[in-house]
Design a protein around this ligand. Structure first.
Ligand code: ADP
Ligand code: MG
Length: 252
């Protein structure tokens, strides 16, 4: 059984078919990349998987259970973590607190969907949660920054902080939307090693990325989206040599 399975997933925004009958699976333990031109529907696909959007047609299953139509927090609780193309940190909170926000999204406390109701319970568990948040920060080499304001971090570290927050929910699958965007080559190399280590802990990785060196060096498999349609899927060397992909994307 595939970890994630998209069956004919479609979403329309008025006249625009942003994601068009996409069939795609993510297999347990792999690093899968999604590439394609700007506006191809990559972020929209992540928003469909995480429940921000509900498909107009088709369905999405995670660990064999249909998740399309569920609330975002329930999908996170089922084990799908994510980062956003545009960093979404809470600027008034510390690095550690930003990760704690993630940690609150999974576990027994989120089943009601209300953090407020369970605030006393959360307080009891605070030490344990904070320890876990520090563990997540260690995975992206930010534990030494835990008590600094999140906005004091340089851009590349803010992107890594988003990954730590996604890890805090103990995901089985993590979706990274352009994790290397805005990073210099050294930062990208550090990130690439971090993503490999995350996968080595048993977390399946599905990422959107424009940097082809990064994608080719990291991914087991690549899927290509163009105008909402999946035009190719295969190993990095197959994708690199695919004429349709070169025409739609790589040639540009
Ligand atoms: P990508 O991430 O591949 O660059 P997106 O998924 O962000 O592309 O966008 C795909 C297309 O869907 C674009 O044309 C975008 O303008 C459109 N789109 C995305 N979200 C919405 C929305 N909420 N309402 C209307 N159009 C949208
Ligand atoms: Mg995008």
């Amino acid at each position: 059984m595939s970890l994630l399975k998209l069956d004919n997933v479609t979403i329309r925004f008025g006249g625009l078919v942003a994601v068009d009958s996409v069939n795609l699976t993510v297999e347990q333990g792999e690093i899968l990349a999604l590439i394609g031109p700007n506006g191809a529907g990559k972020s929209t696909l992540f928003n469909l998987i995480t429940g921000i959007y509900t498909p107009t047609a088709g369905s999405i299953a995670f660990k064999g259970e249909t998740i399309s139509g569920r609330k975002t927090y329930r999908i996170a609780a089922a084990g799908i973590g994510r980062t956003f193309q545009n960093i979404r940190l809470f600027p008034e909170l510390s690095v550690l607190e930003n990760v704690l926000i993630g940690a609150h999204t999974r576990g027994k406390w989120d089943l009601t969907g209300s953090i407020l109701k369970l605030a006393p319970w959360v307080r009891r568990e605070e030490g344990e949660l904070a320890e876990w948040a520090i563990e997540c920060l260690k995975q992206v080499d930010l534990a030494h920054r835990a008590y600094e304001p999140s906005t004091s971090l340089p851009y590349g570290e803010q992107r890594r902080l988003e990954i730590a927050r996604a890890l805090a929910i103990k995901p089985d699958l993590i979706l990274l939307d352009e994790p290397a965007a805005g990073m210099n080559p050294q930062e990208k190399q550090v990130l690439l090693e971090m993503v490999r280590k995350i996968r080595a802990t048993g977390i399946t990785v599905f990422l959107v990325e424009h940097d082809m060196k990064f994608v080719m060096g990291l991914s087991d498999r690549i899927a290509v989206l163009d105008y909402g349609v999946k035009i190719a899927e295969g190993k990095p060397e197959e994708i690199r040599a695919n004429p349709q992909v070169i025409e739609a994307y790589l040639g540009k």
